[in-house]
Design a protein around this ligand. Structure first.
Ligand code: ZN
Length: 131
């Protein structure tokens, strides 16, 4: 298992981590199998979506904010319930197939670390399973 640190810069942010995953996969020497990306936080997440047009992650974050407003009479006294809810909706892990030493992603797909209660220093974990 590999652990990475990631610094986020805003309350809500999507950071493309595909390059870090690809270079770690290359170092591992694994040719075929699975890659699991896990985010060990309750107010962050990981997702796969388009990185070609930066307005796509912007729209995702904007609509999540509309659906789950920061202030909405939540019971959780820490004041970050919206971030907890977004984390559960988006999810804490993604699994990507590894083929011929590379991630099998669609042309426009990238893996994004999703911050919902930043800025903070966060972590994500990678585990490769070889076929
Ligand atoms: Zn909380």
């Amino acid at each position: 298992m590999k652990q990475f640190t990631i610094k986020t810069n805003a309350r809500s942010e999507m950071i493309d981590i595909t390059g870090r995953i690809r270079s770690t996969l290359a170092e591992s020497g694994i040719r075929n199998g699975l890659c699991c990306v896990f985010v060990p936080h309750t107010t962050a997440a990981v997702t796969i979506n388009e990185n070609a047009d930066p307005s796509v992650p912007r729209d995702i974050l904007k609509e999540l904010d509309k659906a789950i407003p920061w202030n909405d009479n939540y019971s959780h006294t820490e004041g970050n319930s919206a971030a907890h809810i977004k984390s559960s909706l988006v999810g804490a892990s993604e699994t990507v197939i590894v083929k011929n030493g590379d991630l099998v992603l669609g042309t426009w797909q990238a893996v994004f670390f999703c911050e919902f209660d930043g800025p903070r220093t966060r972590r994500f974990l990678l585990k490769f399973l070889s076929e």
